[in-house]
Unconditional design. Structure first.
Length: 176
């Protein structure tokens, strides 16, 4: 085996990315405080051709050097919008017939491995604050709640890790 050079990876140019057919997934960040986490979500969203990211509440917005440090330019490729109130955004998405999915530990949550997205149905996945998670009023307003199963001693994953796990799982279910 030989590691590939970046020139051999056949990645899209920023222009090609913007013109490419996107995965029918939207990411909503509900009050994310870490700028590095925000940048990581942008980078992961770029990797899986995510349609759009909504930054809500206290979630910082590009341009910012600490977002850029982990986003590595993906704030220029992935479409994004700031909406102050996550709950208002959830209602707007539902009016557009977009299924809203809180990624949270909650009663009656569907385990990620059992969640079956419907091809052709657009999903908005909501990730919450590093300490408090997705706001309860937002969880209550969502169509469903999905939980990432965990088997160790800790009760949560970092938001950027959660985003990577969920987006890969949904991307694979929608494309393979």
């Amino acid at each position: 085996m030989r590691k590939l050079k970046n020139s051999e990876l056949e990645r899209l140019s920023p222009t090609e990315f913007k013109q490419a057919n996107k995965t029918s997934l939207i990411v909503v960040l509900d009050n994310i405080r870490s700028l590095n986490n925000i940048g990581s979500v942008f980078r992961t969203s770029d990797a899986f051709l995510i349609e759009k990211i909504y930054l809500c509440g206290i979630t910082a917005q590009p341009p910012h050097k600490d977002i850029h440090k982990t986003a590595l330019g993906s704030t220029e490729t992935v479409a994004w919008e700031y909406v102050e109130d996550t709950l208002v955004l959830i209602e707007r998405l539902k009016d557009l017939k977009i299924k809203t999915v809180a990624i949270e530990q909650a009663d009656n949550a569907v385990q990620l491995q059992n969640f079956k997205p419907v091809k052709g149905e657009k999903l908005a996945v909501i990730f919450g604050n590093e300490v408090k998670g997705v706001q309860q009023e937002v969880v209550s307003a969502c169509d469903t709640c999905v939980e990432i199963p965990q088997f160790g001693t800790k009760h949560s994953l970092n938001i950027s890790v959660s985003c990577g796990v969920v987006l890969w799982d949904l991307f694979a279910k929608l494309h393979f």
